[in-house]
Design a protein around this ligand. Structure first.
Ligand code: ADP
Length: 320
């Protein structure tokens, strides 16, 4: 099986409003796949379609190679799902809540079920809170309990809808750590509008805006544009001659100039990192007319990429 989730031109309209348009997603096994987009982009709509809770108006999708409409029941047996705002019986303890959930899945011997619950609570870091009432739980603990519920059946795919959206920084950190820990057991597809979360834990990301997919890539690739690496060389003056010389090198693919306060930053993309590291700075220093003030490897922050990508889209994009 190549992909856990694969969609083909998947779409959903409400009246004449296209909440999702021609979505083509590929989620590889054992990835933590961040589904990123501003509010209203169509993330929850996609999740509802994948879970068989809404019907697509166009296109198809498969999960584990099975059709999301025809094989929905079979697919759902193998998925763990955490809704955006999980509700609990606040007077129950975490362990009681887990027993309640586990009963849907197992008829096995009681001891085995209790072991599974213990193990899952441990995985999400709630062992010491197992016998406390949920009403005293923090936002992060509630989310982690939700992940434990979703994970108790050992699903092959976890779908989490905005798992860290409403949390404070500590709660968010704990939830992201749990996701990282779960990676070896399952594939995680989660939606979020928080850029820094994606940067922290995802290895692949798809960006949705106004119902349209605008980018999909392994995160490192997205951050460096075309999959290469960008080096930053800051020189005094205009930098035009340095640029000219660099562009003659076979390992240089492009050089962008950014003037900053009497200096110029040259952003150099390359096909060959080791040659760039061995020669780039030396080449610049060897030119007596060039004064280098800074040299480094520039890593784009996802926010820059995201803003560039979503800029230009407008709400009218949803009208058909
Ligand atoms: P996200 O999860 O990215 O915040 P949603 O998938 O919830 O976005 O919503 C995408 C768009 O579709 C929004 O503009 C929302 O108002 C609209 N939408 C969602 N569900 C419905 C519905 N049942 N009827 C009409 N419009 C809807």
């Amino acid at each position: 099986m190549d992909c856990v989730i694969q969609t083909h031109d998947l779409g959903k309209t409400y009246g004449d409003f296209a909440a999702l348009q021609s979505l083509n997603l590929k989620v590889p096994p054992h990835s933590i796949f961040g589904f990123l987009g501003p509010n209203g982009a169509g993330k929850s709509t996609t999740i509802k379609l994948l879970l068989g809770l809404a019907r697509p108006t166009s296109g198809t999708a498969s999960i584990f190679g099975m059709d999301i409409q025809r094989d929905s029941a079979q697919i759902r047996n193998r998925i763990g799902y955490l809704a955006q705002d999980p509700r609990y019986y606040d007077d129950m303890t975490a362990r009681e809540t887990m027993r309640f959930t586990a009963r849907f899945f197992f008829q096995g011997p009681k001891r085995k079920i209790e072991d599974r619950i213990e193990e899952t609570l441990e995985l999400v870091g709630l062992t010491d809170k197992a016998d406390r009432h949920i009403k005293g739980f923090s936002g992060g603990e509630r989310q982690r309990l939700g992940i434990a519920q979703a994970q108790v059946n050992y699903p092959d795919l976890l779908i989490l809808d905005e798992p860290a959206a409403s949390l404070d920084p500590m709660g968010r950190r704990d939830v992201l750590e749990v996701m990282e820990r779960l990676r070896k057991h399952t594939t995680i597809f989660y939606s979020t509008h928080i850029l820094s979360d994606v940067q922290r834990v995802s290895d692949s990301v798809a960006i949705l805006n106004h119902g349209k997919l605008i980018a999909q890539a392994p995160i490192d690739e997205l951050l460096t544009g075309d999959g290469g690496v960008v080096y930053s060389l800051v020189v005094k003056g205009e930098g035009a001659s340095t640029r000219e010389r660099l562009l003659h090198q076979s390992w240089v693919t492009s050089v962008a100039l950014k003037p900053v306060n009497g200096t110029t930053e040259l952003e150099v993309s390359t096909t060959d990192e080791s040659t760039a590291e061995a020669r780039l700075l030396r080449m610049a220093l060897d030119d007596p007319g060039t004064i280098v003030t800074e040299f480094g490897r520039h890593k784009y922050n996802l926010e820059e990429v995201f803003v560039q990508l979503v800029e230009g889209g407008s709400p009218d994009d949803n009208r058909k």
